[in-house]
Ligand binder design. Structure first.
Ligand code: NDP
Length: 447
C-alpha cells in the first residue's frame, strides 16, 4: 500500500464508521475515491492538509420541521434539510428535492456530487443540496403552496445571495420555486438571486428549464464525437418524464436521434416513431398526468408497467434521467446486450457501482452524472449573474454559453484523465478535474 492508497482507505473507513446508516452517501464517496488515487500520488500535500477528510464532511447540515395544513384541515409534519457541503470556490449551490424518499443520506450524496459538478462548470459556485420527505403527488396547488411557504419560513434564515442559493430538483419545478420565492420575498424583501429556476417575469433565465436536458445532449454528442461517432441516426432509451428527461428527448431528436421511450415510477411507454415532446409536456406539466395517459392519446405508443431498463429493446444510447440507482448490474448487462455503445447520466448516480463496472468492462462510453448533467447548475449560475446585473440574456446567448460549458467540461475531463494516466476514463477525468480545482482552493485558503 502506498501513502495515497492508505489515506483513501482511511477516508472511506471513517465515512463508513461515522455514517453507517447513510448508504447513498457512502456509495457516492466510494465511487469518487475509486478514481482519485493518482491525484494523491502526485500531490502528497493534499494528504498532509487532510483535504479529503474535510471535503467528505459537510461544512453545515441543517434539519428542520415543516408543519403545514392539508385541504382537509389536518396538520401535517415533514422533515426538511439543507446541507451546505463545501464553499471553497463560491456560495453553496444545489437544488431542493421534494420526494418521500428524501433523508440525510440522499441529501448528502447529492450535495457531495454537487461540489465537483459545480467546480467542473468553471463557475464560482460551491456545493449544497436540500429538500424534504414531502410527496407532492396528488396534492392540490393550495397544499403545495402551503408546504413551500412553511419550508421557506425556516430555510430563509440559512440562505443568502453570497451564502447559499437553492434551485429545483425532483418534485421542485417552476411552480414550487415560485411559491418558495414568494414567501422569501414577504419575509426578507425582493432578492432575485436568492433562488434559481424562477419564472421569467420575476428574474428567471431563458433556457434554465431546458438546461440540464440540453446540456446532457451537448455532453453526449461531445463524448460520441471524441470516439468518431454522432447522435444522428441513433436509437435512444430515456428514463424519466420530468424536467431533465423532457428536454433531453427534445434536443436528442433535434440532433437527428430517435428517442423511443419515456417513463415514470409506475411504468414506461415505447414509441418506435419517437416520443412526441409536445404531448409529453402537456400530459406531465399541464395535466400532471402519468405515462399511461400518453399511451392513451398517442396511437404509436404502448405502455408497460415496470422499469424501462428491464425492457426487451434494441438501442444505441441509454440516458437515465429519473433517479439514483435505477440501473443495477443485471440491467446494465441487459442494455449492453441490447447493443448500447454509450451511457450518459441525466439523473444523479443512476447507475450502481456494479453497473458502472459492467460498462467499463464492455467498453461502453460512460458519461458520469457530475459531468453529464452539470448544464442545469451551470445555467443556474448564469441566472445568478443575470440577476446581479439586472439584465436578461437572450435564449441564444444562454444556450450558446451552456453548449460551450458542456464541451469545455468534457474536454477538461478528457485532459485530466490523460494527465493522470487513465485515458478515456471520463468518470475519473471528471472527478479529478472537479476535485483538483476545489482542493487547490481549499489548500490556498488554509484552514
Ligand atoms: P422531475 O421531478 O421533473 O422528474 C423526475 C422523473 O423521474 C419523473 O418522471 C419521476 O416519475 C421519475 N422518478 C422519480 N423517482 C423515481 C423512482 N424512484 N423510480 C422511477 N422513476 C422515478 O425531476 P428532474 O427531471 O428535475 O430530476 C431527475 C433527475 O435529474 C434527478 O436525479 C435529479 O437529481 C437530476 N438532476 C436534475 C437537475 C435539474 O435541473 N432539474 C439538474 C441535475 C440533475 P414520477 O412522476 O412517477 O415520480
Amino acid at each position: 500500500m502506498t501513502q495515497a492508497t492508505d489515506y483513501l482507505a482511511t477516508i472511506q473507513a471513517t465515512v463508513a464508521k461515522r455514517d453507517p446508516h447513510q448508504p447513498e452517501f457512502q456509495e457516492a464517496v466510494g465511487n469518487f475515491l475509486k478514481t482519485i488515487t493518482p491525484v494523491f500520488e502526485a500531490h502528497p500535500e493534499y494528504i498532509k492538509a487532510n483535504i479529503l477528510g474535510r471535503i467528505t464532511e459537510p461544512e453545515r447540515a441543517i434539519q428542520f420541521q415543516v408543519a403545514w395544513q392539508d385541504d382537509a384541515g389536518n396538520m401535517q409534519v415533514n422533515r426538511g434539510f439543507r446541507v451546505q457541503f463545501n464553499s471553497a470556490i463560491g456560495p453553496y449551490k444545489g437544488g431542493l428535492r421534494f420526494h418521500p424518499s428524501v433523508n440525510l443520506s440522499i441529501v448528502k450524496f447529492l450535495g457531495f456530487e454537487q461540489i465537483f459538478k459545480n467546480a467542473l462548470t468553471g463557475l464560482p459556485i460551491g456545493g449544497g443540496k436540500g429538500g424534504a420527505d414531502f410527496n407532492p403527488k396528488g396534492k392540490s396547488d393550495a397544499e403545495i403552496m402551503r408546504f413551500c411557504q412553511s419550508f421557506m419560513i425556516e430555510l430563509q434564515r440559512h440562505i443568502g445571495l453570497d451564502l447559499d442559493v437553492p434551485a429545483g430538483d425532483i418534485g421542485v419545478g417552476g411552480r414550487e420555486v415560485g411559491y418558495l420565492y414568494g414567501m422569501y420575498k414577504r419575509l426578507r424583501g425582493a432578492e432575485r438571486g436568492i433562488l434559481t429556476g424562477k419564472g421569467l417575469s420575476y428574474g428567471g433565465s431563458l433556457a434554465r428549464p431546458e438546461a440540464t436536458g440540453y446540456g446532457l445532449i451537448y455532453y453526449t454528442e461531445a463524448m460520441l464525437k471524441e470516439n468518431g461517432k454522432r447522435l444522428a441516426g441513433k436509437k435512444i432509451v430515456v428514463s424519466g418524464a420530468g424536467n431533465v428527461a423532457t428536454y433531453a428527448i427534445e434536443k436528442a431528436q433535434a440532433y437527428g436521434a430517435t428517442v423511443i421511450t419515456a417513463s415514470d415510477s409506475n411504468g414506461y411507454v415505447v414509441d418506435p416513431t419517437g416520443i412526441d415532446v409536445a404531448r409529453l409536456r402537456r400530459i406531465k406539466e399541464v395535466q400532471r398526468g402519468r405515462m399511461s395517459d400518453y399511451a392513451d392519446v398517442v396511437p404509436t405508443a404502448t405502455y408497460y408497467e415496470g422499469s424501462v431498463w428491464d425492457a426487451d429493446l434494441t438501442y444505441d444510447v441509454a440516458l437515465p434521467c429519473a433517479t439514483q440507482n435505477e440501473i443495477d448490474a443485471t440491467q446494465a448487462k441487459r442494455l449492453i446486450d441490447a447493443g448500447v455503445i454509450a451511457v450518459a447520466e441525466g439523473a444523479n448516480m443512476p447507475s450502481t457501482p456494479e453497473a458502472i463496472a459492467a460498462y467499463a468492462q464492455a467498453g461502453v462510453y460512460y458519461g458520469p452524472a457530475k459531468a453529464a448533467n452539470a448544464g442545469g447548475v451551470a445555467v443556474s449560475a448564469l441566472e445568478m449573474s443575470q440577476d446581479s446585473r439586472r439584465m436578461s440574456d437572450s435564449f441564444e446567448t444562454v444556450d450558446g454559453q451552456l453548449k460551450q460549458i458542456m464541451e469545455t467540461l468534457f474536454a477538461q475531463s478528457v485532459a485530466a484523465a490523460a494527465e493522470y494516466g487513465v485515458p478515456g476514463d471520463y468518470m475519473a477525468g471528471a472527478n479529478i478535474a472537479g476535485f483538483t480545482k476545489v482542493a487547490d482552493a481549499m489548500f490556498a485558503q488554509g484552514w
